[in-house]
Design a protein. Sequence first.
Length: 221
Amino acid sequence: MSNKLPFYLMTFGAIIFIVFLTINNKINTATTFSFSVAGFQHDTVIPRKSFKHENLRTYKYLSERLKPIKENFKRINSITEWTAIKTKDISNSGEGGEMKFYYLNGQLEKIISRNFGETFQQINEYYLVKKQLSFAFEKNYKYNRPIYYDSATMKAENDTEAFNFEKSDIAECRSYLVNGELIHQLKNKDYKLSSAKDYLLTEQKRIKEDFEKLIKLNLTK
């Protein structure tokens, strides 16, 4: 028995050593795998940061182009004494309307048109710089009921609402132009910035056509 003791001890020691190596190998494997995953996650963050950086650069570039447009808008609206204001009626509107042309020292600076209908009201404002359209603001009120829809009509129709201007649905659109080109548009209804090229070209055509119609009407007596 005593002769076999060293053999048993050596065998037991060898088993312990093998177990230790196995555990250590598993630990190293797990650590390597964990490091690999961490490296992969780190790599996936890089394009996100780059994407955000590009967005920031685009936003900064756009902000720089919009800045003079906004400054011109503030300048025009800060004018308290106009050299002349020409007013004309709009006859092609359902309930009538009017246009106002604002001049400063013989230069047309701003146009405001207002159209009325039984179920809506539309207000368009156009701001110019160097005789070119720079900014357009469109505001549309969609009434909850027609303007003639009073409480008596409501009861007769077994309805729950009469005409109430405060309950109108309001849609707003802001359009920014540089040298006749629409570069940016913002609407309140879909809460998004519109910058797709085809969309901007279509809107540019619509806005400029509406603006030019008012210019022609201003020239008629």
